[in-house]
Ligand binder design. Structure first.
Ligand code: FAD
Length: 473
């Protein structure tokens, strides 16, 4: 039975302490790359979620697949938890070491293993970040589009099935990972997928590990699709009198089939926050921030269609940003919106929602959620990858204020239930972690969760891989 987990309470599990002999063996192999220093353990036992820090017993910095396999073999022998660690930017309590164990930090695995521009593919070690990858391949005229805002690791992005601002055109990690090298829970090294664009060969293990949140194995290499840098890129902002007009504009753009690359919503609170932080001087009203990729003619055509839809919906002050500098300024501000929002209430923590619904139901869920949030009086802001039907309403609660936290979590729960009722999901891109565990059965059903549990038990019979996450063991 998978009992719902109250989302604002850290579930309690029994610790599984590592035997002294095992720690000594790890220390002998890793030297300075093995640490039990409190500050490092604490850094590895928290993420951007509002849960209290829950540190692992030890952190090991791995530099190769073989090193990861050696650590996992030892952990398996002693049934000690292993928590893979990329850059720590996840938001749902994914990294909390609820049973102690070893944090396997792969951020030092930063090699580009194989670049094949002629096939538009690249294989990277799991610790390569998306910004590093795009810097290193710039001369090929190609790029990797998945952009979760944070400069996350590609291993972590695969593990959380991340997406972000470009997904409306290029898809998510699900569509862009061709293959993986994985250290399984027994410490065996396996390869999934190939460099071919498609395959009908057996079960799709690549997609099983994409989104597995470190609960099935440690990803050590990722083979990705790349894309030609677009010939022309143009960004635009458009302001609206109310959030409903901005959302209805988005719905029409998507329903018309405009191949827009990015379509982001900022509510008035988010615009105020980015103005205060990045001195943008934007008009303080709900706005869409959009980007178009393609040939100059196609970009022009897309932009004209979008502008006419926006105007019909009452959009005003349509502004273009065609120079790379202007575009960078706007997108940097968008990427900083999370921290800009937090800065409006110093000392607060954010309880962030991540619902995603079919595009035709987006206006409905945003309207109801805004009314709910306004009624409680808690400060909040909204940013959203609305072109995908995905948005984040971040409630800002006083750190340590259990009453505010419970209020925000109750609103978050109501929003998730609305999304599920509209045939959507509790998480469009952040993943389940600890925070959304209570919703998985509601969304997927008992039968589907029982099948997930059967897969977990078959692949990780000792429950050592990131235990306590996604669903109850
Ligand atoms: C400001 C901000 C904005 C964000 N915006 C977005 C967004 O727009 N879209 C989006 O999708 N996400 C977003 N995120 C969330 C976050 O960036 C993603 O979840 C990201 O994919 C996490 O990558 P990471 O390298 O930081 O992984 P970590 O946080 O280190 O780990 C995340 C999970 O993956 C597992 N993991 C990490 N590396 C591996 C590995 N090599 N093998 C197996 N498991 C592994 C961990 O055990 C953990 O369960 C945002 C976060 C922040 C702070």
């Amino acid at each position: 039975m998978n009992a719902p987990v109250p989302t604002h309470v850290l579930p309690q599990f029994e610790l599984r302490p590592a035997p002294e002999a095992m720690l000594s063996a790890l220390k002998a192999s890793f030297g300075a790359r093995f640490t039990t220093a409190a500050a490092v353990r604490e850094q590895h036992g928290r993420d951007e979620s509002p849960y209290p820090t829950t540190p692992p017993e030890v952190v090991v910095f791995c530099e190769s697949t073989e090193e990861v396999a050696a650590v996992v073999r030892l952990a398996s022998e002693h049934s000690i938890p292993v928590i893979p660690y990329g850059t720590g930017s996840s938001l749902e309590g994914h990294l909390l070491a609820v049973q102690g164990g070893i944090s396997v930090d792969v951020s030092g695995m930063t090699g580009i293993v194989r670049l094949n521009p002629e096939d538009l593919t690249v294989t990277v070690q799991a610790g390569v970040t998306r910004e590093q990858l795009n810097r290193e391949i710039r001369d090929t005229g190609l790029f990797f589009p998945i952009d979760p805002g944070a400069n996350a690791s590609l291993g972590g992005m695969a593990a959380t099935r991340a997406s972000g601002t470009n997904a409306v055109r290029y898809g998510t990690m699900r569509e862009n990972v061709l293959g993986l090298t994985v250290v399984t829970a027994s410490g065996e090294v396996i390869h999934t997928g190939t460099r071919a664009r498609k395959s009908s060969a057996g079960y799709d293990l690549t997609r099983l590990f994409v989104g597995s949140e470190g609960t099935l194995g440690v990803i050590t290499e990722v083979t990705l699709k790349l894309y030609p840098l677009p010939e022309a890129v143009s960004a635009a902002i458009c302001h609206f009198a109310d959030i409903a007009a901005a959302v209805n504009t988005t719905i029409q753009i998507i329903q018309l089939g405009v191949p827009i690359a990015r379509c982001e919503l900022l509510d008035v609170n988010a615009v105020r926050a980015v103005n205060a932080q990045s001195k943008l001087g934007l008009r303080e009203s709900p706005m869409l921030l959009m980007e178009f990729h393609g040939s100059p003619a196609s970009v022009r055509e897309q932009a004209e269609t979008v502008q006419s839809v926006a105007t019909e919906m009452g959009g005003e002050d349509f502004e273009w940003a065609s120079t790379p500098e202007e575009r960078t300024r706007l997108w940097t501000a968008r990427h900083k919106a999370y921290f800009a929002g937090m800065q409006t209430n110093p000392g607060c923590r954010s309880v962030t929602t991540d619902t995603c619904v079919p595009i035709s139901r987006l206006a409905e869920i945003i309207d109801a959620s805004v009314a709910d949030a306004d009624a409680t009086g808690l400060p909040y802001y909204i940013v959203g990858h609305v072109g995908d039907g995905n948005f984040h309403l971040a409630y800002l609660v006083k750190d340590g204020d259990a009453g505010e936290r419970a209020l925000a979590e109750a609103m978050s729960e109501r929003m998730v239930r609305r999304a599920i009722a509209l045939e959507g999901t509790c998480t469009g891109e952040h993943g389940i972690g600890l925070h959304k565990m209570g919703f998985l059965v509601e969304e997927a059903g008992e039968g589907a969760v029982a099948m997930m549990r059967a897969v977990k038990r078959a692949l990780d019979p000792k429950n050592i891989m990131n235990p306590g996450k996604i669903f109850a063991w």
